[in-house]
Design a protein around this ligand. Sequence first.
Ligand SMILES: [Zn+2]
Length: 312
Amino acid sequence: MTIQVRALAGLPLARGGLDRHGELRSRPDVLDGLRVDPNARAVVLRGRRALVTGDALDLLDPSELPEPELMVYLGSTVEDSQGTPPGTDILLWVLAEADADAITEDEDRWFDLRRSGHRLSDRDVGILATSLAIAGWHRAEPFCAHCGSPTTVRNAGWARHCPVDGNELFPRMDPAVIVAVVDPQGRILLGSNAMWEHNRYSLLAGYVDAGESLEQAVAREIFEESGMRLGAPVYLGSQPWPFPRSLMLGFVAPLAEDQDPEALVPDGQEILDLRWFTREELEDPATDVILPGPSSIARAVIDEWLRGSWSR
Ligand SMILES: [Zn+2]
């Protein structure tokens, strides 16, 4: 099966970005140099939240910050934005809870990307998505996968090294497919997850299995969760979802020609309810259906369908 591509522009967490300067990571002195560079700036993380003023990241002079638990060179900015000229080097600065509290205990200054990422500028969304992904990896995988020894940070924060057997570890993301299934009447298939409130619905999604292609994962996940057989999927785009380490790959797919849309079979474990929705139902101001949040790729794909793509 081949995959067609119809890229969606401006996915909420895939905007902007950094020049990551991978070639600088192997220089042993890059972090020591940047932490005293008056032109470098640091994004401050406390757990999974970042220091902001309003909806803009606070990018601070690293020489004025407390010693971090973890420092990573993220790269440099690519355009003139919010007071940082292009080429401004950005450090990730992960603080211990007490040191973060000393900066501010105002909860509104600590920003949650998952809930509010759509409100950030392109510059800031790129910085914060990368920060959460790399910080989450260091938090989750401090030990060597071969021998279990504690590992040390290398490559400006982009690798860990085992001092016992020399094993090198690198950050990874977990690919997951998320699929807008559309029936011949132009309706969209949404499911309600067992872990959500009863009227929250979203696209069906799942992790790519070991040894599986993306197109195989799309067909398998949708059949497992709904009993529906699909025609050829169309790739829409991707965005990081660093909660903690997913890469979401969006697709739209029609039903297979002989598939009866009414033969829905929720898996009963992950998905408790499945429904075909028309645009009129979801746009009805009286609807009590709760859709996924505006930072998610699911919402971006549903909004694209609501605008009339793929069936009108
Ligand atoms: Zn080891």
